[in-house]
Design a protein around this ligand. Structure first.
Ligand SMILES: Cc1ncc(COP(=O)(O)O)c(C=O)c1O
Length: 485
């Protein structure tokens, strides 16, 4: 189903709104705009009535699928429902109307939000330092790599320590961030359990190692049972331990990375703490760090003195800014609101529900779909679409799920599982929804045997069928010529 562009409805003279009359004569207003900056021709905007306008955008919005319309088990993305209360708070005019260049004394409330959030994040991580500046998880990773670099630079250990160890079960942004910061990435294989192969780790630990980046839990949804051994070994070799904490909904309120030997931990506020992920909007990837790295954190630091807040730029060892102003402020408002709404007990319920939901799906699906790492998972798990039917691939299963009204899981990632289907139900789904998803998956498995063509040609019910995804990425057509006349 193709929705016409708004220009295609356009009829000369139609109007959706009546604009107020000009308050001054047109010539007088134009006098303020230099001749060379005035348009010679009208802008060619569509001319439509208000019902046409509303119907057009409503029709477009119906083509969209989001967390507010249905189940979205996109592994690694934590596409959970975010309470609307926090949206309301982030839209308070006192927050949205702030200018980042206002003097400190006029933004005490905003600084209090940032300071309080930092304190909560320190508590959740069990680490003494926090920066809120990074704008995303990957940005937090890059910032963390810069901190590691600065740490070794200060100790005179650069360029010797130039290697970052990365399990092959890490999130894809991890190696990219390490490489962008100038480190050499050394891949560590996973063992049969889906965890870091300790022997491989030991073989690679030498005086060139700057650190390790661990995704916790990893992209198989498995927590490193040997995490204390891993961090101890890396520290003994003189390296630092970076934890990618984007999957924090798996253990928030139950375990603290600081107690596990993490030196740096990044949060994805836009996954775990009430900002929608994947909506194309702003995010935030704050870092928590151990004492030894606090001097290198970005400036400015927000300091509380009595009941006043001030910005401290006097940090000579800081790596500098990684974001203009304070980062994405409204994401932080939502995060603080979420933490305050849930409290300690609520946080523990989040991780309990996330892990329970994932294990429920895992157990219900594992006799029908291959489960290469069959063990208790945390917030997500990875099936394989292999062997379901003649010529059937994971892509076909994903596309057929659309016909059943579900957003497909992440597919073909992590790379260590062939034909991967990475499923993250999140903590906000009721059992009925999980059951409906299982039913759809079981029916698809049956169809794969009896009517494989149905899967091969899916989706049948979506506005568009199979796209040439590679071409859509490489040659995106983002403009449509305006009809003439
Ligand atoms: C485990 C993990 N690490 C890092 C990231 C990167 O975060 P961002 O997309 O905010 O850069 C993600 C994103 O979902 C993730 O799931």
């Amino acid at each position: 189903m193709r929705v016409p562009t708004i220009y295609e409805y356009s009829q000369k003279g139609r109007k959706a709104v009546a604009l107020p009359a000009l308050s001054r004569p047109e010539d007088e207003l134009l006098a303020h705009i230099p001749e060379r900056m005035r348009r010679a021709t009208p802008p060619g905007l569509p001319e439509v009535s208000q019902p046409e306008l509303i119907r057009h955008y409503t029709a477009l919005s119906r083509l969209n699928y989001g967390v507010d319309t249905g189940f979205y088990p996109l592994g690694s993305c934590t596409m959970k429902y975010n309470p609307k209360l926090h949206e309301d708070l982030a839209r308070l005019p006192g927050f949205t109307g702030l200018h980042p260049l206002l003097p400190e004394e006029e933004v005490q409330g905003a600084l209090a939000v940032l300071w309080e959030l930092s304190e909560y994040l320190k508590g959740i991580a069990g680490m003494p330092g926090v920066t809120l500046q990074p704008a995303a998880g990957a940005h937090g990773e890059l910032t963390g790599m810069f901190l590691i670099k600065r740490y070794f630079e200060e100790r005179g250990e650069l360029p010797k320590r130039h290697k970052i160890l990365l399990p092959d079960s890490a999130h894809g942004t991890n190696p990219a961030s390490a490489a962008m910061a100038g480190f050499r990435v050394v891949s560590l294989p996973s063992d049969r359990r889906g965890m870091v192969d300790l022997e491989a780790l030991k073989r690679n630990l030498d005086e060139d190692v700057a650190g390790i980046m661990l995704t916790v839990p990893n992209t198989l949804g498995i927590f490193e049972e040997d995490i204390l051994v891993i961090t101890k070994l890396v520290h003994e070799a003189g390296g630092l331990c970076y934890f990618d904490g984007a999957n924090l909904n798996a253990f928030v309120g139950r375990a603290r990375p600081g107690d596990m030997g993490a030196d740096i931990f990044h949060f994805n506020l836009h996954k775990t703490f009430s900002t929608p992920h994947g909506g194309g909007g702003p995010g935030a990837g704050p870092l928590a760090v151990v004492e030894a790295l606090v001097p290198y954190l970005p400036v400015p630091e927000i300091v509380k003195e009595g009941d006043r807040f001030r910005l401290n730029f006097d940090k000579p060892k800081s790596i500098g800014r990684v974001h203009p102003y304070f980062g994405n402020f409204l994401v932080m408002v939502r995060a603080l609101a979420y933490i305050l709404t849930l409290g300690d007990e609520g946080m523990r319920e989040v991780s309990a529900a996330a892990v329970l939901a994932a294990n429920y799906l895992r157990v219900r699906l594992k006799s029908t779909y291959k489960l290469p790492y069959d063990r208790l998972c945390k917030h997500e798990f990875v099936l394989s679409g292999e062997g379901l039917g003649e010529g059937i691939r994971t892509l076909d299963i994903a596309k057929r799920l659309i016909d059943y009204g579900f957003h497909p899981p992440t597919i073909y990632f992590p790379l260590i599982v062939r034909e991967a289907l990475m499923i993250e139900p999140t903590e906000t789904e009721p059992k009925e929804v999980l059951d409906a998803f299982v039913e759809a998956m079981l029916r698809i498995a049956e169809e794969a045997k009896t009517q494989p063509q149905l899967l091969k040609e899916a989706p049948h019910s979506a506005p568009v069928r199979r796209l040439d995804e590679a071409r859509a990425v490489r040659q995106p057509v983002l403009r449509q010529p305006r009809p003439q006349g």
